[in-house]
Design a protein around this ligand. Structure first.
Ligand code: PH2
Ligand code: MG
Ligand code: MG
Length: 157
């Protein structure tokens, strides 16, 4: 086991009760082995970006984890499956999507996993919640570049 590291997970849903699914996913992340949710962003309602279907609910969680990145990825996929995730086509509406955004300062270029997430800097639905809990990870210029994308914080539970 490596020393625990800080990882960031992007959470998205736009099928079913997306608010409940995203809240439940944050709880589930905290129950992963060797892992704790240190911070969770607000939930945000966001316009589909390069995707079809209803608005999304998005959030970002900061984990401290002793899991290796590939082990964490496998757990994220298991949680997606538990939520009934189906993949009929690329960027199809989904009950739950969990993306590993950052894992320590590691750069990973594998067949199954690329970290930092290659498209995260183009996406307000990632950068806005990430900057809420980890402002040091996002620059003002990056936020300005996605300011045309519709995103609205939801009131706390
Ligand atoms: N996820 C995508 C593609 N487009 N748009 C929003 N608003 N939120 C998402 O989580 C999202 C998306 C691919 O995973
Ligand atoms: Mg995704
Ligand atoms: Mg995904």
């Amino acid at each position: 086991m490596r020393e625990p590291v800080i990882a960031y997970v992007g959470i998205g849903a736009n099928l079913g009760d997306a608010v409940a699914t995203v809240r439940g996913a944050i709880e589930r992340l905290g129950s992963l082995p060797q892992s704790h949710v240190m911070k969770a962003s607000s939930l945000y309602r966001t316009a589909p970006h390069d995707a079809q279907g209803p608005d999304f609910v998005n959030a970002v969680a900061q984990l401290q984890t002793g899991l290796e990145a590939d082990e964490l990825l496998a757990h994220l996929q298991e949680i997606e499956q538990e939520a009934g995730r189906e993949r009929p086509y690329r960027n199809a509406p989904r009950t739950l999507d969990l993306d590993l955004l950052l894992y320590a300062a590691d750069r990973i270029d594998g067949a199954k996993l690329t970290v930092p997430h290659p498209r995260m800097r183009e996406r307000a639905f990632v950068l806005v919640p990430l900057s809420e809990i980890a402002p040091q990870e996002v620059t003002a210029a990056q936020l300005a570049a996605v300011s045309g994308q519709r995103i609205e914080a939801l009131p706390p539970a």
